[in-house]
Each structure stands twice: as structure tokens, then as C-alpha cells.
Design a protein around this ligand. Structure first.
Ligand SMILES: Nc1ncnc2c1ncn2[C@@H]1O[C@H](COP(=O)(O)OP(=O)(O)OP(=O)(O)O)[C@@H](O)[C@H]1O
Ligand SMILES: [Mg+2]
Length: 113
């Protein structure tokens, strides 16, 4: 299993949600987050002695999926969430040791499908 963690523009989320539904992704976690990428390190301005770093609103989507589906999901996120401009976001892929469905005690793939 893998966890796909995608940090995307909030306005791209509805389209991504639709695409994920189409391929049968039914478990996900969504959070409103704030962050910065490489530009904020470069464009921060001096204000007196304080270096201002701007945090922009983003949406974080987390999905634990079968490892063999990772490439397809990454491709969908990339095509759906790209506006071809800076700030489009990042995708992180993390190995998952195990998953347990609390209600039934099922674990592994059975817990996520
Ligand atoms: N290395 C990182 N670790 C954790 N979160 C990150 C990292 N880089 C970016 N993010 C998150 O992703 C969001 C979008 O980043 P962003 O797309 O601006 O990355 P970037 O590296 O600056 O790429 P680009 O040049 O395309 O803007 C950030 O606001 C932050 O929440
Ligand atoms: Mg950036």
C-alpha cells in the first residue's frame, strides 16, 4: 500500500474529486492547509528586521491505495490539477505499513477496498 498526499490549488479540488470518483477511489481525507514552495524563499520582502514569508491556502488530499494504482492516480492528479503555473502543488508518495478497518478488524488491502 501507498499513501498519495497531494497538495493542490483549492479551486482544482472539485475536478479532482470527480475524476477520483470515476476510478472508484472511495476513501480519502481532505484538509485545508497553508503552505509555501520555492518562490516564497525567493520573493520574501524585508519589513524592518522581519523577513515575511507568505503562506498560501492549499488543499491537501490524502489517499491510502493499493501500490499498483499509485502511478495512475499520480497521473490523474497531475493532469487534473496542473494550470502550468507556479504554485500548482506537489504530490508525495509514502509507503504504508498497514491499515485497519476499526469496525471489522480487517487489515491490509481488505481494510481499504
Ligand atoms: N517540500 C515541501 N514539503 C512540504 N510541502 C511542500 C513542499 N513544497 C511545496 N509544498 C506544499 O505545496 C504547496 C505548493 O507548492 P508549489 O507548487 O508552490 O511548489 P514549488 O516547489 O514552489 O513549485 P512551483 O515552482 O511549481 O511553484 C505549498 O504551498 C506547500 O503547501
Ligand atoms: Mg511555488
Amino acid at each position: 500500500m501507498k499513501k498519495i498526499e497531494a497538495i493542490i490549488r483549492p479551486e482544482q479540488f472539485p475536478a479532482l474529486r470527480e475524476k477520483l470518483e470515476e476510478i472508484g477511489i472511495n476513501g480519502l481525507t481532505v484538509s485545508e492547509v497553508a503552505g509555501c514552495g520555492q518562490q516564497n524563499g525567493q520573493t520574501g520582502r524585508f519589513r524592518g528586521t522581519t523577513y515575511e514569508i507568505k503562506l498560501l491556502p492549499k488543499v491537501k488530499v490524502e489517499m491510502v491505495i493499493e501500490a499498483e494504482h499509485a502511478d495512475e492516480i499520480v497521473r490523474i492528479i497531475q493532469t487534473t490539477c496542473s494550470t502550468d503555473t507556479v504554485g500548482d502543488g506537489k504530490i508525495f508518495i509514502i509507503p504504508i505499513e498497514n491499515a485497519i478497518r476499526i469496525r471489522t478488524g480487517q487489515s491490509g488491502i481488505e481494510a481499504i477496498s
